[in-house]
Design a protein around this ligand. Structure first.
Ligand SMILES: *Cc1c(COP(=O)(O)O)cnc(C)c1O
Length: 389
């Protein structure tokens, strides 16, 4: 089947940037000290729950992000779970999350026994829309005893989880203003935005806590891994305690003073992380230049645009993003089909949480922008190795 003219032009532009060979969506890059640190870690025999690479990775992450503290854990989902618990989320609460996110954001809320409450997105950040949310909260909620209560369900809205989609920072000024006015704690899902900043300040350091992921497809990887960022020393200590089975430090006694989790990051994963973090500035430079090449190649195609970082922010351009205009949203599936058939891996943005069986019944505000973005957003090959300069 020959592609429609618009899809044909998009395929040509894509080939101009990535070449004709098959390419994945996002492949990891191990060209630094990975082998050296892994060998050192194996030689030390400390591959598991203790070891100096975990301490070093946490210190390096805190330094890189400018966060007071970083607590390394087994994956980003676990980091979200613990951050929400520490933000005070309890069974029966509601937590505001974007309708348009990876399912882990919603799952972490559910692990706390709480209900996700779905928020619409903004076209120019792809993240939560604080303006629309303000109007909605004004109509839907009231303050009772210093907490924000959903008048319809009677449940407390305890926290909100803005997510920086594909590395592009959400409007944190707007989110923080809502947090103050409605007394809702902020946990940032910064799992996609390591290396992204807003006015020079790192994503994930604006809320009470922020969460990172080092899954295999993220901007840097530890195989699997995550971290909690916070400026609050007591919260960081508690996060460490909860994620290490809540064992009270002692040379031999097994005394656990609350229900803890085995969420710690193994030392061997942290060794990989230390090597990856050293290369992050170079990775981001490559991703930014890949973005510039995509933008140039697609500049003549009026039916779609390459998504650009919001004003005032610097994105890590984790996943390159093509946004079809509404009139051409019907071409999305054909575009996915032809590009993947040609060996150029592309992916649609996630399904809305409101359409997934476990979250269909969740409370939500009207979601016109998120619904439109789902029809129009496609991720393009984004590996660091695709940058040529
Ligand atoms: C990757 C990701 C997570 C979860 O991270 P894992 O390390 O895979 O558990 C959570 N939220 C979003 C938006 C993500 O992209």
């Amino acid at each position: 089947m020959t592609p429609s003219p618009v899809v044909g032009r998009i395929l040509d532009a894509l080939r101009e940037v990535v070449g004709a060979q098959p390419v994945g969506l996002h492949e990891p890059n191990f060209s630094g000290n990975e082998w050296a640190y892994l060998k050192d870690c194996l030689d030390s025999t400390f591959v598991s729950s203790v070891g100096r690479y975990v301490d070093r990775f946490e210190a390096d992450l805190a330094a890189f992000t400018g966060s007071g503290h970083a607590v390394a854990v087994v994956n980003g989902t676990a980091a979200l779970h613990i951050a929400l618990k520490l933000a005070g989320v309890e069974p029966g609460d509601e937590v505001l999350i974007p309708a348009l996110t990876f399912v882990a954001t919603a799952n972490a809320v559910a692990y706390c026994g709480a209900t996700p409450h779905l928020v619409d997105s903004e076209e120019n950040t792809l993240g939560m829309d604080p303006q629309a949310l303000r109007g909605y909260l004004r109509d839907m909620t009231e303050m009772r005893g210093g907490v924000c209560v959903n008048r319809e369900t009677g449940r407390v809205i305890r926290a909100m989880v803005p997510m920086h989609t594909f590395g592009h920072p959400v409007d944190m000024d707007g989110i923080l203003a809502l947090s103050r006015d409605f007394r809702i704690a902020v946990v940032e899902d910064a799992t996609e935005s390591l290396g992204s900043t807003i006015q020079g300040r790192h994503a994930g350091t604006f809320g009470r806590m922020g969460v990172l992921s080092f899954n295999g497809n993220k901007v840097i990887t530890t195989g699997g891994g995550g971290a909690i960022l916070t400026d609050d020393a007591a919260l960081a200590r508690h996060a460490k305690h909860l994620t290490t089975t809540a064992k009270v430090p002692h040379r031999w006694a097994y005394f656990h003073d609350e229900i803890g989790y085995n969420y710690r990051m193994p030392n061997i994963n942290a060794a990989l992380g230390c090597a990856q973090l050293e290369q992050l500035p170079g990775f981001i430079a490559s991703k930014r230049s890949l973005f510039a090449r995509y933008r140039a190649a697609f500049s003549g195609i009026s039916q779609a645009r390459i998504f650009e970082e919001p004003a005032g922010s610097q994105s890590n351009y984790w996943l390159q993003t093509l946004v079809l205009d509404e009139a051409n949203s019907g071409l999305r599936d054909e575009l996915l089909q032809s590009t993947n058939d040609a060996g150029l891996m592309t992916r649609p943005i996630w399904e809305l949480m409101s359409r997934l069986p476990p979250y269909q019944a969740c409370p939500r505000m009207p979601l016109p922008v998120a619904e439109s973005l789902v029809r129009r957003v496609v991720n393009l090959p984004s590996s660091v190795a695709l940058a040529t300069d």
